[in-house]
Design a binder for this molecule. Structure first.
Ligand SMILES: Cc1cc2nc3c(=O)[nH]c(=O)nc-3n(C[C@H](O)[C@H](O)[C@H](O)COP(=O)(O)OP(=O)(O)OC[C@H]3O[C@@H](n4cnc5c(N)ncnc54)[C@H](O)[C@@H]3O)c2cc1C
Length: 484
């Protein structure tokens, strides 16, 4: 046990109480997800010596288990596909979903630099993307590009390879314990636990690393931290499953708050409406629900067999509508929709999360629906699809969608899970962490899910990766150029 940490945490956060610095870098990046790895690459390329600190055995965080879908507005691929899009449209979509709580300057930054960040990942990092553009709820047009294998691991692998190529050091099993400030209040280093092992949290030894230019907090969200998240939203108890890794916890955020970083939107915690209660974690159901049901199909209430919402609305709207019903709702699509989407749902079917039915009435009986009501709901919905106008909920009917008339029919139960924490520390457009008095905290930067304000009340699908890359790049450059 190191007394500086265990019993004198407050004094250990001042440089004068650090016995000696074990080592010195220009920039110390905390967290090896999309945001941290991006920041490290950019800080190195801006001339700084950099080390990345990661508490787990391997880099990746939530990023590596993500679907790897990134939003970018106004790309040449969209132009080729005849999709008219712009940074302005993406900005207004994000603000609308965020219910206007988003900090406009941050949203502007993300939307304006979305294409640049996407192309940087593709052309500089070498991330391979699939040849398709998807439209998720709340986006006015298709603008999501998906990394090959539908996995964030494709992006992480390229980021790690780039760091190796650049000879940037990454240290795993090293946990941030404290942010250390000098007499002027500037963050000048970190206290870490070297050899950290989550199974035995007191394992390892303490170490002090000096950061002459800046520390970048890229420690992700706190979706798996039941105690911290229920303090923000008491409804999100351990009964509610999460799509996050178990290590998406709040200790680094708490440390930033302790040195007076401004908290923003901590109680805005997103539930993924495309999740299934029939599997743990993120699972395989969301592929079917998000990419097929929400885009081509419909969601019905198990009580009324009627639709409940615009299936292509933002996640909050759809999740709230399902929770309002109070029981898992049923997402439905047909074989044509699956074929049109181009996605494989085999894994969901093999797992039994997605079910296959030869007729709508077989589907209805399986879920205990009123078959006559279901038939009329689907018939009415098909009419809207054919008319390309949803008179009931105003769902934008995507151009390739057709009526659901082609068996087999596919369905899954939908029940929201904790997915994304929109809140975190406040940053400005230079990724500087803002303090409780509204001033930048010298030497401290943040990017990605550790920050609050970009997404307001609701993050749109595929906008988190854009946020991580745009602000990761800004944080890396800002920290590298801070005066030592
Ligand atoms: C299942 C799933 C699918 C998703 N799919 C998409 C998608 O397709 N598109 C999209 O835009 N968004 C998606 N998201 C959201 C997106 O993946 C995340 O918001 C994003 O990856 C967060 O990146 P980050 O770098 O901020 O944090 P993370 O990737 O979580 O990285 C943070 C890192 O910091 C480390 N860390 C935390 N605390 C400490 C500490 N005290 N000391 C040292 N290290 C620490 C963590 O271990 C972790 O490795 C998805 C999320 C999930 C869970």
């Amino acid at each position: 046990m190191n007394t500086l940490f265990e019993s004198e945490t407050r004094t250990a956060t001042l440089e004068e109480h650090v016995p000696y610095w074990h080592e010195t870098y220009d920039v110390v990046v905390i967290g090896a997800g999309f945001a941290g790895l991006t920041a490290a690459i950019e800080a190195h390329n801006a001339g700084a010596s950099v080390v990345v600190i990661e508490k787990m055995k391997a880099p990746g965080g939530n990023s590596i288990i993500s679907d790897g879908g990134i939003a970018a507005a106004g790309t040449s691929m969209q132009e080729k596909a005849g999709i008219a899009d712009s940074a302005e449209l993406m900005y207004s979509d994000m603000l609308k979903a965020g219910m206007g709580l988003n900090h406009p300057a941050l949203v502007r930054e993300v939307a304006t630099h979305s294409t640049e960040a996407f192309l940087w990942s593709r052309d500089y990092l070498g991330v391979p993307y699939m040849d398709r553009i998807d439209q998720f709820g709340g986006h006015t047009v298709p603008r999501c590009y998906t990394a090959e294998n539908v996995s964030g691991s494709t992006i992480i692998r390229c980021q790690v390879a780039k760091l190796r190529e650049l000879d940037v050091e990454m240290r795993t099993q090293t946990m941030l314990k404290g942010l250390i400030r000098d007499a002027s209040g500037t963050v000048c280093g970190v206290a870490v636990r070297d050899g950290y092992n989550h199974k035995s949290p007191h394992s390892g030894t303490d170490r002090f690393i000096k950061a002459t230019r800046g520390v970048i907090l890229a420690t992700g969200g706190f979706g798996a931290d039941v105690s911290f998240r229920t303090a923000q939203d008491p409804r999100l108890s351990e009964e509610i499953d999460t799509t996050n890794t178990p290590f998406a916890t709040a200790e680094a955020l708490i440390e930033a708050l302790r040195i007076q970083a401004m908290p923003v939107h901590l109680s805005h915690i997103q539930l993924g409406p495309w999740a299934s209660p029939d599997e743990k974690g993120f699972g395989d159901g969301p592929r079917f629900a998000d990419y097929i049901v929400f885009q081509y199909g419909l969601i019905v209430s198990p009580t009324t067999s009627a639709r409940i919402v615009n299936e292509l609305a933002d996640r909050k709207t759809v999740a709230d509508a399902i929770l309002e019903v109070g029981r898992p709702c049923i997402g439905i699509a047909d074989s044509k929709a699956v074929e049109q989407s181009g996605w494989s749902i085999d894994r969901g079917i093999e797992k039994g999360v997605v079910k296959v039915f030869s007729s709508l009435s077989e589907l209805g009986s399986h879920y205990g629906l009123d078959n006559a009501a279901l038939a009329s709901t689907v018939e009415r919905f098909n009419g809207f699809v054919e008319a390309k106008a949803d008179a009931e909920f105003g769902k934008p009917i995507i151009s390739e969608a057709g009526p659901l008339t082609n068996p087999p029919f596919f369905a899954m139960r939908l029940w929201p899970k904790v997915h994304h924490t929109m809140g975190g520390v406040q940053i400005n457009a230079s990724a500087q962490v803002i303090d409780l008095k509204g001033y930048p905290t010298g030497g401290l930067y943040a990017a990605g899910e550790a920050t609050g304000g970009v997404h307001g009340a609701c993050r749109l699908g595929s906008c988190a990766i854009t946020d991580c890359l745009v602000f990761g790049r800004i944080a890396g450059r800002s920290a590298a150029t801070e005066k030592p």
